[in-house]
Structures are given as C-alpha cells and as structure tokens.
Design a protein around this ligand. Structure first.
Ligand code: KDG
Length: 360
C-alpha cells in the first residue's frame, strides 16, 4: 500500500500533463475504408450462428459505441487486415449495441453465440474482479504509460485470466481518459458534485468513487445512457472526450469537466468455444490482425480525442480540474482505492503499480 501512496504523489504532475492533451502517438494505421462498414451497418442484429458467406465463416463484432467512433473504424480495419491474410472469414461490425450491451455480448461469447466484442474492461469485473484494477482512479498518468503497461507482461497476464471465463483476450484497444459531463452546474470543487445523479458503468469501484466525491451515482449500461440524460433520469455521466463528442452527449449536457480520473482500456474478446473450433493457422491470422489493428485504434482514438475536446469547448461550458482541486479529488477517493485493492487482490494491484512505475 505504501507503493500506492507514493505513486499517487508522483502522479500529481503526470496527470496534469494528461489534462492538457494527448501525447504523440506511434504511426500505425492507414486510412480507413468503407469496405464492410456500410454493409455491416445495415445488418440486422443476428443472435444466431454466423452464416457462411460463400465458404467464408462470418465473424460478427458487437460494439456499444456508434459507427462514428474510432472503435468502430478499428473493428472495420481489423476485418480488412484479416481479409489480407486469409479468405476463410468475413467480418461484420454491429455498432450501437445492436446485438446487445457489453454484458449481454460478453455472455453471448461465453456461450458461443457470438464471435467478437470489444468492451470496456469495467463491466468485466462482473466476471473477473481482478479487472477492477483498471478502474482504480488516478493511476495511469498518460497514454505512453498505458501502452507500455497493457502491451507488457502485466497486460499479457490480465488477458490470460480471461481464459477461465470462456473468453480469449487478443489485444488491448483504447477507450481513454474519462471526464465528467452534467446538466446542472460546472464543477470547481467536490462540493459542486453534492447529490448529483451521475451514471457510472456497472462497476462497484466507479460507484464507490463517485459516492466518495459527494455524488449520487447510479449504474447503467451504455446503451441506456443517452435516453437517461435526455429524460433527466441522470444529471451527469463520465466518458472520454471522444465518446462525449461522437455520441452527441453535448446535445443533452451543458457542462464538461476535465477530470481525467481514470484510463479505461477496451479489450478485444473472442468466444473461446468458437476459437477452439478454428485451426491454429486461423487463430494466428485473427490474433495478428487484432494486434495490428490496436495500433491503428490508438492513433485514431488520440486524434479523435484532441479534436473532440476542441469541438466540445465550442458548445459546452468547460473547466479542467487542476492543482489543489485535483488533489482534493485524489484525497476523497483514497479509501475507495484501499477498499477495492483488497477485492481485486493486493498482488494484482502491486504488479499494476510496478508496471506503471517501470514505464515512467
Ligand atoms: O462498447 C463499449 C461501450 O459499450 C462502453 O464500454 C463505453 O466507456 C463506456 C461506458 O461508459 O459504458
């Protein structure tokens, strides 16, 4: 635990750098092409077995975000990369939770009723408590450290844990640093959060953290969120700038607060029952394409994040949490980190902290 306190002290400055924008990204991807995009986007939700298109086996990808988001373009790019390696498969990308929300899609993978989904890690704590390590606030200071931790031994270890849940974790993609929006008032200190109904992902760490900050958090799937904000069922929510912008949250929220309170990964999941029916060669092609598309994803997501913040500042009241107020936020959630570190597993938390320190 001493490591944790030291790390949070070190992060005070690192995170402020993250507030100011994103690091340069490594060159990776090509321009995205429409390709399967339009065809798949018109696709009806298909809860059954993937039908073969000619001899090709259909691989359906279920996403909670819409077809404007870099995650969708990355899934299409994965399909293009796979098609360059083999004609055994045809990828169909289903956005906006057409097939189901994160938890439903993940359960469909476990049953062998769906091939691929790429959710945030946060809903996965309902299957693997260890994945809560990624929800501990104020830990990863910037994208460079995130990449090093996720692409290194710690990230590999976390992917291996998925096997016990009939899931195959193939690669880490990027959701990004999360920030707050609301329809009530700008946030200049935790006092401004008092009693605010804030939607969180279905994850007890997020719930406890926002309660410790003084809000009144409520868990909800992403698929229900926009309507809840539109109807005033919730006052606020927290997501990366890219999602806030591309999902049109500024249409139903007035205030944007740069908190960067946690970095959320996406994880590329494949159904283990379906995976085990593939040849080793086919598994290799899919794994390679998923890994290659992650670099495209990170580059696209970081570009979109910078553009999103500039665009949102034009249409929302924006304030960045910095300095003493940032420390006030950190102090308020200390007990939450201590409590949940026990639930996650102290060894996992310590390894996470060591990986973060090693990457700085
Ligand atoms: O498919 C991913 C989304 O459904 C979701 O995980 C995005 O960060 C997210 C949230 O707030 O639910």
């Amino acid at each position: 635990m001493k490591k944790l306190i030291l790390l949070l002290a070190l992060l005070g400055f690192g995170l402020l750098a993250a507030c100011g924008g994103n690091d340069d990204t490594t060159a990776a991807g090509e321009g995205e092409t429409a390709g399967d995009e339009d065809e798949a986007a018109e696709g009806e939700a298909d809860g059954g077995e993937g039908e073969a298109a000619g001899d090709a086996q259909i691989l359906r990808i279920s996403l909670g975000l819409n077809d404007q988001h870099p995650l969708y373009h990355s899934a299409v790019h994965f399909g293009e990369l796979l098609a360059e390696k083999t004609d055994d498969f045809k990828v169909e990308v289903y956005h906006s939770a057409q097939i189901g929300d994160d938890r439903v899609a993940t359960e469909m993978l476990q049953m062998g009723d769906l091939e691929i989904t790429i959710p945030s890690t946060s809903p996965l704590v309902n299957f693997l408590p260890e994945f809560g390590v990624f929800d501990l606030p104020f830990m990863i200071p910037n994208e460079e450290v995130a990449d090093a931790v996720l692409d290194g031994p710690f990230g590999d270890k976390m992917l291996e844990l998925l096997d016990s849940q009939d899931l195959v974790g193939l690669a880490w993609y990027e959701n990004g640093f999360r920030n707050l929006t609301n329809s009530e008032n700008q946030i200049y200190s935790t006092a401004d959060l008092n009693g605010m109904v804030v939607r969180t992902m279905e994850n007890s760490i997020h719930l406890d953290a926002w309660e410790a900050l003084g809000a009144n958090p409520t868990p909800m799937s992403f698929a229900e969120l926009f309507t809840a904000m539109q109807q005033g069922t919730v006052d606020g929510q927290e997501n990366p700038f890219t999602t806030i912008n591309l999902e049109g949250f500024h249409e139903v929220q007035d205030y944007l607060t740069g908190t960067n309170h946690v970095y959320t990964p996406f994880v590329f999941l494949f159904s283990k029952p379906i995976w085990e029916e593939l040849t080793e060669e086919q598994q290799g092609y899919i794994s390679e394409a998923a890994m290659e598309a992650r670099l495209f994803n990170r580059e696209e997501n970081r570009k979109a994040s910078d553009e999103a913040l500039e665009s949102l500042k034009e249409v929302m009241d924006y304030n960045a949490i910095e300095g003493e107020v940032f420390e006030e936020f950190q102090d308020a959630i200390q007990d939450v980190i201590t409590k949940h570190s026990a639930n996650i597993g102290e060894d996992i938390v310590d390894e996470f902290i060591e990986a973060i320190e090693a990457a700085q």
